[in-house]
Design a protein. Structure first.
Length: 129
């Protein structure tokens, strides 16, 4: 089994549902514009069968085709922000956890340094300094 097919079989249910909803929403958008499958497929540069797969929520339809469909309904502008680092909550949470751990480590090191007895400089260190 090719890797792609395995990946598609392992889609999380919520993701699969979102893809199906996207396909259905694109079908509604096409129908509201009173466009036929054939006309939209032609405008997108795909076959009618590919457009039908897209509208059915087939996750194997290429992202370029999805982007073109979004462009047809003037919704492609959001694509550039979908995975933007500033919206990556998982990475942000990791950064915060690392900062907290670093802060704790530094606070602990500072506390330990304050508890250490201060040693008096040796006579040879005084002469050098």
């Amino acid at each position: 089994m090719p890797k792609t097919a395995r990946a598609l079989l392992q889609l999380p249910p919520a993701t699969s549902g979102a893809i199906e909803k996207l396909g259905a929403d694109l079908a509604v958008a096409r129908l509201r514009r009173k466009e036929s499958l054939r006309a939209w497929a032609q405008r997108m540069g795909v076959t009618v069968a590919t457009l039908q797969r897209l509208e059915a929520g087939d996750p194997s339809v290429g992202i370029g085709i999805v982007a073109t469909a979004l462009w047809l309904i003037r919704r492609d502008g959001e694509l550039g922000q979908l995975a933007a680092p500033e919206h990556d909550l998982g990475a942000i949470e990791m950064d915060v956890r690392q900062a907290i751990a670093l802060g704790r480590a530094r606070a602990q090191a500072s506390a330990q340094a304050r508890l250490r007895p201060v040693s008096k400089p040796r006579k040879s260190e005084k002469a050098e300094g």
